[in-house]
Write a protein that binds this ligand. Structure first.
Ligand code: AMP
Length: 296
C-alpha cells in the first residue's frame, strides 16, 4: 500500500500529470474538500478501476461558503485523509493553499448553469458559483480523462455535467452512487458535527426517502402527497428546520406535482445546527401495481 504523492503547487502537479499523459496513462480526477470517508474513497476506487492513475484533490473551497456558513470550522484531517487515500491506491493528491488556488488579485468567476437556480441555489446563494469556479479551475489544472462526483450532491453533479457540456470541456463526468452507513445515513464529512442524540434523530432523513420509495412502489403517484409524507417523517423526528423536502425532475430539478416518469426526491434539513442533504431517485414503474405482480 504505497502512499500517494502529495503535491501542493499547480506547476508541480501540471508537470506530474503531463509526464503521466506523455506515457499514455489515463487520468481520473476526484475533487474533495477532505475529511474523507468511504463515500470519497468509493470515487477514488472507481477512478482507479476505470483509469490508469487516480488524482484526488483536497481543498476546502472558500468561494462556495457564505460568510455565515461553516468554512472556518469545516473539518480538516489531512494526515488521516492521506492514510485513507493510500488504502484506496490513490496515486497523486493535490493539496493547494488558498493563495495557490485564489491569488489575492483573482477576480474571475463562472456563472453556473440554469440547473443551479432552484433548491441549493435558493438556500445557498452564490454556492454554485463557487463550486463551478473551483471545479473548472481543477479541470484546467488537471486535464483528466474522467472526473468523479457523488450522487450525494445531486444538484452539484448536474451543475458540473451541464457546465462540462455547455463549455465543451474534454472531460467525462461520472456520477457515482451514494455510500451510506449501515443504518442508512448518507456518509458526509459534516456527520462528525452530530451529537449522539442528533445522530439518532438524523436517521429520519434517510428513512423519509426509503418510505417514499416504498410508497412509490405501492403505486402512489401524487407528488404533493408524497412530499407531505416526507415532511411528516422529518417533523415526527423533531427535525423542524427543513430547507426543502421535495420531488423534482432529475434533469431540470423543476418541481413535480405527479410522478409520471423519472423523479428525484431531495432533502436539505438542519439537525441541530448541522445542515445535511440527501436524495434518492424514484423510478415510477410503468402501469398500475395491479398490472405488475412483481410490485406486490
Ligand atoms: P465533499 O468533500 O463533500 O466536497 O465531496 C467530494 C465528493 O465526494 C463529491 O463529489 C461528493 O458528492 C462525494 N461524496 C460525498 N459524500 C458521498 C457519499 N456518501 N457517497 C458518495 N459520494 C459522496
Amino acid at each position: 500500500m504505497a502512499s500517494p504523492r502529495v503535491i501542493s503547487t499547480i506547476s508541480e502537479l501540471r508537470a506530474a500529470v503531463r509526464e503521466l499523459q506523455r506515457t499514455g496513462k489515463t487520468v481520473g480526477l476526484v475533487p474533495t474538500m477532505g475529511a474523507l470517508h468511504e463515500g470519497h474513497l468509493s470515487l477514488v476506487r472507481r477512478a482507479k478501476s476505470e483509469c490508469d492513475v487516480a488524482v484526488a484533490t483536497i481543498f476546502v473551497n472558500p468561494t462556495q461558503f457564505a460568510p455565515h456558513e461553516d468554512f472556518s470550522k469545516y473539518p480538516r484531517t489531512l494526515e488521516a485523509d492521506l492514510q485513507l487515500l493510500a488504502t484506496a491506491n490513490c496515486d497523486l493528491v493535490f493539496v493547494p493553499s488558498r493563495d495557490e488556488m485564489y491569488p489575492p488579485d483573482a477576480s474571475t468567476y463562472i456563472a453556473p448553469p440554469q440547473v443551479a437556480q432552484p433548491l441549493e441555489g435558493v438556500c445557498r446563494p452564490g454556492h454554485f458559483q463557487g463550486v463551478a469556479t473551483v471545479v473548472l479551475k481543477l479541470f484546467n489544472i488537471i486535464p483528466a480523462d474522467r472526473a468523479y462526483f457523488g450522487q450525494k450532491d445531486f444538484q452539484q453533479a448536474l451543475v458540473i455535467q451541464r457546465m462540462a457540456a455547455d463549455l465543451n470541456l474534454p472531460v467525462q463526468v461520472v456520477v457515482c452512487p451514494i455510500i451510506r452507513e449501515p443504518d442508512g445515513l448518507a456518509m458526509s464529512s459534516r456527520n462528525r458535527y452530530l451529537s449522539p442524540r442528533e445522530r439518532q434523530q438524523v436517521l429520519a432523513v434517510s428513512r423519509a426517502l426509503t418510505s417514499l420509495q416504498e410508497a412509490v412502489g405501492r403505486g402512489e403517484r401524487d407528488a404533493t402527497e408524497l412530499k407531505l409524507q416526507m415532511q411528516n417523517t422529518l417533523r415526527a423526528a423533531g427535525i423542524e428546520r427543513v430547507d426543502y423536502a421535495t420531488i423534482a425532475d432529475p434533469m431540470t430539478l423543476s418541481d413535480l406535482a405527479r410522478l409520471d416518469g423519472p423523479a428525484v426526491a431531495l432533502i436539505a434539513a438542519y439537525v441541530g445546527t448541522t445542515r445535511l442533504i440527501d436524495n434518492c431517485l424514484l423510478t415510477a414503474p410503468t402501469g398500475s401495481p395491479q398490472d405488475d405482480p412483481a410490485q406486490g
